[in-house]
Design a protein around this ligand. Structure first.
Ligand code: FES
Length: 61
């Protein structure tokens, strides 16, 4: 699913950014550009970020 239309960022790209070390929306914005144009994707991107972080911590436990 496309999360950020402005930058063509999908859920997979956000999960990859988390795997590469993104922990916050700021990290995600720097690494992918998500939510840095119109900002309409911020809530959805945050949800996907939290989901990806949850999976990362679950795997680490
Ligand atoms: S949809 Fe993500 S910045 Fe516009």
């Amino acid at each position: 699913m496309i999360v950020c239309i402005c930058h063509g960022i999908n859920e997979k790209a956000i999960h990859q950014a988390v795997a590469d070390g993104a922990c916050t929306m700021s990290d995600l914005a720097c690494m992918t550009g998500v939510a840095t144009c119109c900002g309409k994707c911020a809530d959805c991107a945050c949800n996907v970020l939290n989901e990806a972080l949850g999976e990362t911590y679950a795997q680490a436990a």
